[in-house]
Design a protein around this ligand. Structure first.
Ligand code: PMT
Length: 396
């Protein structure tokens, strides 16, 4: 639960995207956030307070004169209790009002009276978004330090196509998670490899392994949340690309090698999470091999380049982090791999714990020794590993 202990006021204004805010409440609550919903009168035309109350488990506020507040100062009390005010959807009218500093309903008054950051997820018709008035308001709000999430472009509820769609709830959640993550890698460029490689034998067969890509993708996401520019060179996996991450798809170890070497000069940090095949088939057959021909039984293998070792040997190369998946003697084998590849940091995991699932157990090995991390979700371990990397690279 990445938002444990965070208190978020979710403002909902009038727009058809308000129905998506119900899902957003669910996602925020599922990550451990305490969500207090405040709606405008316009929002109540699209969705009821009862829906938000049921999903957030908290009373919903609409009225500046709400008598449930003992001191009759809902705008002060609610905004003071928040770590973040997030308005999703933020209508053109609402953005115009708060850009002017107006306080003509509870939500606008809370925004004006806040002493916490404000994020807006705009949602409106494309002409309204592109109008000079809205663009003036957007520029003024940004100059005032307000964060904008989106809008996205695409088909709109009115039937038109263009910019102005609210980001999807899952995308807004990612932005909120990124918002709360300290920017320990701000300005750094991180290059990662993730997933398995696939070494073709013939058009239908190949050599691969059980890496799902989850550990590498979690690290790409954590690096991006920590403020880095992230390029993810990915073997074949069934995962969606983390928001804000630039993904390069590859299949074989040779493809992965080429993709990394083409980008490594622009990287400050290289994290090799991929389970790269050590060998490839010398000559993949053009046509399907027949069992009776004996071709499969006599496959000749060639050694693949060691991408990590090659990057680590570059004269002015990035800070290198490796992974080691072992079935036994984790500390000894991982430290040996670290020394052999001449890298400052390696994350060791046991094969039975690391491959496939959502959870893992990592031990980090560097010059100072071993740093075991508590077992847990790959997302949490990824954040801890990124913190460790930020610590080690802080003085570089
Ligand atoms: O993808 P998941 O299902 O989440 O599983 C994650 C994982 C178990 C695959 C991951 O946590 C992990 O341990 N990856 C490294 C697997 C491994 O043991 O690699 P290795 O011992 O073959 O290589 C050691 C290091 O060199 C790794 O950083 C590897 O990416 C790198 N390497 C290896 C061979 C090669 N030709 N090029 C490389 O860059």
């Amino acid at each position: 639960m990445e938002l444990n202990g965070k208190r978020i006021v979710l403002g909902v204004t009038g727009g058809i995207a308000a129905y998506k805010s119900a899902e957003l409440v669910r996602l925020l609550v599922r990550q451990g956030a305490s969500v207090q919903v405040a709606m405008t009168e316009g929002a109540a035309h699209f969705i009821t307070a009862t829906t938000f109350q049921a999903l957030s488990g908290q009373p919903v506020y609409k009225d500046a004169w709400d008598e449930r507040m003992p001191n009759a100062m809902a705008h002060i009390d609610l905004s003071r209790q928040a770590d973040l005010i997030l308005v999703a959807p933020a209508s053109a009218d609402f953005m115009a009002r708060i850009a002017q500093g107006m306080a003509d309903d509870l939500l606008a008054t809370m925004v004006l009276a806040r002493d916490c950051p404000l994020l807006l997820a705009p949602a409106m018709n494309r002409q309204m978004w592109e109008s000079p008035a809205t663009q003036r308001n957007v520029a003024r709000l940004q100059a005032d330090g307000v964060g904008l999430l989106g809008p996205a472009s695409g088909a709109q509820a009115c039937g038109e196509v263009g910019p102005g769609r609210m980001l999807e709830p899952a995308e807004i959640l990612e932005e909120v998670l990124a918002f709360f993550t300290p920017k320990r890698l701000a300005g750094r460029r991180v290059l990662l490899t993730a997933g398995p490689t696939f070494e073709a034998i013939d058009p239908v067969r190949g050599i691969t392994n059980l890496s799902s890509g989850r550990m590498g993708y979690a690290l790409a996401r954590a690096a991006r949340h920590a403020g880095a520019e992230v390029v993810l060179v990915s073997g074949p996996v069934a995962l969606s690309t983390p928001a804000g991450v630039d993904r390069v798809n590859v299949r074989s170890a040779l493809d992965m090698h080429a993709a990394v070497m083409a980008r490594v000069a622009a990287a400050d940090i290289f994290i090799a999470v991929a389970a790269v095949a050590d060998y490839r088939v010398a000559q993949a057959a053009e046509h399907k091999l027949k069992k009776d021909d004996g071709g499969i039984a006599s496959i000749k293998l060639l050694e693949n380049p060691d991408i990590l070792a090659e990057v680590a040997a570059l004269a002015d190369g990035p800070f290198c982090v490796g992974f080691a998946a072992e079935s036994q003697n984790l500390a000894e084998y991982a430290q040996n791999k670290r020394r052999k590849k001449k890298i400052p940091l390696i994350a060791g995991n046991l094969i039975q714990e690391g491959f496939g699932g959502d959870d893992n157990r990592l031990v980090l090995f560097d010059e100072a020794g071993a740093h075991p991390l508590p077992p847990g979700p790959k997302a949490v371990l990824a954040r801890q590993l990124i913190d460790h990397i930020a610590q080690l690279t802080g003085s570089r």
